[in-house]
Design a binder for this molecule. Sequence first.
Ligand SMILES: [Zn+2]
Length: 281
Amino acid sequence: MFIGSHLSISRGYEQAGKEALRIGANTFQYFTRNPRGGRARKLDQTDMDKLRALMEENRFGPLLGHAPYTLNPASDKETVRAFAEIAMREDLARMDLLPGNYYNFHPGSHVGQGVEKGLDYIIGLLNLVLPAVQGTKVLLETMAGKGTEIGGNFEEIAAILQQVNQPEKMGVCLDTCHIHEAGYDIVKDLDGVLDAFDRIIGLDKLFAIHLNDSKNPKGAKKDRHEKIGEGTLGLSTIEKIINHEKMQSLPFYLETPNEPEGYAEEIALLRGLRNTLQTDK
Ligand SMILES: [Zn+2]
């Protein structure tokens, strides 16, 4: 089972890999730059090579680089869209130095222009940045549908994937808290939700899971993550998710409200819930 949590790379890539091992993880997610925007950390190829060796030695699953929250490719402001383009170009060029990993971003908010206009901007930006991408899969995250967020339903994600020029370079990261708050009933009908995902987007496009419990009821559209087993999804739903035949081979990334010690406990808990018929805990 590939499981990890969000970790900081502020002390370097190799250190983050060591921290992952310390908490029982075999992958991790990190912010490509400050989550509120700003510059990426200084490039250090030696440090990246050390992480690559650590990942090979410990059979890590793919890493997930997360774009900053402030990145809004669907903004009505030219300057905001321009920043999104620059940041994504830089992030993806950097991620290609450590190929085979995933880059995740929030599709964006249309801020009142309407979904169609927002989608046009997102697709336009992707068509600008994707041609240079070599070894990185670019993932759209499923959103809770807060405010004017795009990606709060499977149709909007599908629309982007269907209209970009290079869909083969892209995929989806499904956030369990977000889809629950978007109104998909994964507590009572996980199979039905996955069938809908398959019909609308295609399960072959699903590459990663953000594994979070939720503070809010289904359909709340608020986006508040909760610790595993302490929220409205609950431990039995989480157990079904990690053992589901359509998701069990994917990497799971925790973004629960925790410090590393809390993540270590959740990872141990989840490994314990992993179906005993599966050889890899
Ligand atoms: Zn996210």
